[in-house]
Design a protein around this ligand. Sequence first.
Ligand SMILES: Cc1ncc(COP(=O)(O)O)c(C=O)c1O
Length: 218
Amino acid sequence: MIPFVDLKAQYQSIKKEVNEAIQGVLDSCQFTLGSEVAAFEKEFAAYSGARHGIGVNSGTSALHLALLAAGIGRGDEVITVPFTFMATVSAIDYTGARPVFVDIDPVTFTMDPARVEAAITSKTKAIIPVHLYGQPADMDPILAVARRHGLVVIEDAAQAHGSEYRGRRVGSLADMACFSFYPGKNLGAYGEGGMITTDKPEYDRTLRMLRDWGAEKK
Ligand SMILES: Cc1ncc(COP(=O)(O)O)c(C=O)c1O
């Protein structure tokens, strides 16, 4: 049997580096939102071609907070795909908004841009295309429809760290992008983790407050 993901083999290959990094966190006693998180936010945002990176506890929280930062709530509709991990849809539900499904393209397994416009109503506020199995959604036509209707676009990039669409990395293609660092992901943490990337300072500020009980400063 060849395992699909072999975290033990991966750990063995980088054991010294990981152990030293974890020991450094233990020594510093900065267990939440410390300097390592700030450094990783900077590095990962730059890697993804975005100005800001906001670290959170999971990809699910990244999606939930991105929707809240965009002002999504009860009575709103958010368009996404039915063929994804359930967290995409749950995050919409957590805000009180209603998920509206647009089917996938059978060749790419990602949102079919030709079907998006028909799903838009007066209640639609946002679109979440999912970059599934590392395959970026066809963003240009999705963004074009969104701009025509004044909708926010949030990439679900939980499975697509480092993927490129027309020469640009996912994470920098729309208003916000959400990543997961669940251990088996392309970039997995030793525990759970997530991040939102964005170019917009107003989303950056709101997200930093939302992840820390509304505080801008301790
Ligand atoms: C497409 C997709 N969206 C969201 C998530 C949620 O991420 P997390 O498990 O870190 O909450 C995952 C992964 O589990 C995912 O594959």
